[in-house]
Design a protein around this ligand. Sequence first.
Ligand code: NAG
Ligand code: NAG
Ligand code: NAG
Ligand code: NAG
Ligand code: NAG
Length: 384
Amino acid sequence: MLHLLGLCLLLVPAYVSAQAVPQIIQLQSRIAPVPSTLRRRALDPTTVPLADFFLGTDLQWFGNITVGTPPQVISVVFDTGSSTLEFASTLCGAACSNQVQFDSTKSSTFVDGGETSSITFATGVGVDPVVGSNYKLTLRSGTDTVRVGNLTAPDTSLFLITNQTPKFDIDPFSGIQGMSARAEGFFASAVAQGLPSLFSLFLTPLAVGNAELTVGGIDTTKFTGNLTFASLPAGSSSTWSLNSPQLSVNGRTTSVLKAERNIIFDSGTSNVLFPTATANAIYALISPDIVPHTAEPGTYGIACDLIPTLSAVIDIQFTAQNGSPFNLTIPSSELSVGPFADNSTICQTLINAFDGLSLVGGSLLKHYYSVWDVADQRMGFAAI
Ligand SMILES: *[C@@H]1O[C@H](CO)[C@@H](O)[C@H](O)[C@H]1NC(C)=O
Ligand SMILES: *[C@@H]1O[C@H](CO)[C@@H](O)[C@H](O)[C@H]1NC(C)=O
Ligand SMILES: *[C@@H]1O[C@H](CO)[C@@H](O)[C@H](O)[C@H]1NC(C)=O
Ligand SMILES: *[C@@H]1O[C@H](CO)[C@@H](O)[C@H](O)[C@H]1NC(C)=O
Ligand SMILES: *[C@@H]1O[C@H](CO)[C@@H](O)[C@H](O)[C@H]1NC(C)=O
């Protein structure tokens, strides 16, 4: 979910299948000691197991935090595309009846901030397209104790959801924990207490399970080989993004794909967004049969029975801190997002046209172990 200039993008595929039960696996993992340069004083990393929100394809990964005294368990998407914490509350009543609701009257440490606001989420284009106020949250500000794993952050700024539109009903989680490239909220508090200012994500396909977030460390049991680090562009704000000099599809590139672009990494999103010209150039190298699906502006599709015949390996090139190029690769298996709701013989394809930004999410991230290093303003990736 990208919170950009007040516009949040909630991106899920148009394909919505019958209810699938998220697979929840508790795990025990060894946490690597953090590099000494990151160590300030003792506060150990903590690992939160994540469940996969799966509807025909992997959409989002969510895990538990607790809020309040005594603690109430709230499940949230750990979202690198936004920066605040918001979750369903009892003030939301029937509108949030499918979600676990936080009851602030039962928390002795809750302080009402009294400010109300609203966020309208939009896909902008495509995938389950939303215009106007279809995805709208009404919020009330407050502070309370927030715990993530065994990190405790008192007096943490948060927002209670006091109303929401019905589009949120299918979410198997109650809220969103923003994890921007600035330490904010519970993370800022833990860093102030001595936690290294980085976190790591192991987002896996449903069949693999064991997904996890490690806050303040790197879980070396989850990948092989070395991490490759790339620096965030100088002066980048709270957005996780890297500059890319080139995209390639099935080993080929074009002048359009060779342009320098800034690519946002959003763990709260499953899809890929590129400007229209870039999306068209990518699809031209995959199949002429992939065409815009006019019923859902910004999306593309192809007859589902053609999908297995297509090769669609997308290499996104970046530059490592040591100057060497490296690719992050989206394999062909990600091409189909699933059948369109309005025509189940046509399958939606992964990349949506969105003029103005480039963005990748879970469909890329689940093929790597990723390290989100706030202190050193860089991202690291390792093969899994
Ligand atoms: C919680 O902290 C303790 C040390 O304070 C650490 O040994 C343990 O691994 C942590 N637990 C989790 C779940 O990360
Ligand atoms: C979150 O906590 C609930 C119990 O409150 C538990 O049933 C569920 O498995 C937990 N989810 C994850 C992803 O750990
Ligand atoms: C990882 O880095 C070490 C030290 O730089 C190097 O010796 C080793 O060959 C690297 N391993 C891989 C798999 O690239
Ligand atoms: C990145 O992918 C492109 C296209 O497949 C390839 O030509 C290039 O050699 C790759 N770069 C690296 C460093 O692997
Ligand atoms: C689905 O799309 C195919 C190909 O464009 C078309 O032949 C068919 O009539 C469509 N079906 C429906 C139900 O719209």
